[in-house]
Design a protein around this ligand. Sequence first.
Ligand code: FES
Length: 169
Amino acid sequence: MTHEAGEPKKAGVVGRRDVLSTIGFWIATVASAAILGIPSVRFAAGKSLEQVTEHWVPIGSPDKLTPGDFTSVVYSFRLKDAWREVKKEGLIYVRSAPRGGSSGEFLALSGVCTHLGCNVRWSKDASRFACPCHSGLYDADGAVISGPPPKPLRQLETRVTDGVLEAHI
Ligand code: FES
């Protein structure tokens, strides 16, 4: 059956067509916005959307380390991007010639307890790290001896650049 000019349309048929057309329009609009919009936002934001969590912390000359003992290093630096500035602070323990290792090798451990983030303390006499918050204990390689810490102290990558030992945070 055809509609003649001036004849009223059947409400049910025309309504369904309009609804489907409207849904199709909005799906196409949203998909286009997502396809074109996400890269545009990433481009405009530049590096500010990238995670800014890593940094090489200078420890000093490797010659200053006492073989077999840890040196503690407190670090503080600021990471800036387009939108924000983040202050990073922390504690690192570094030892030259790790057990089983050779000269020129280093063991760098994060001084942050893996339980709830307190700073651990190194005891040369006891040859272990103790956490003052909940009595967590770690051995000289950072492995958990006892207490609530769920995992070892985080081992950090090291490198020597222009005679300066650095640890990767
Ligand atoms: S924070 Fe170190 S044992 Fe709880």
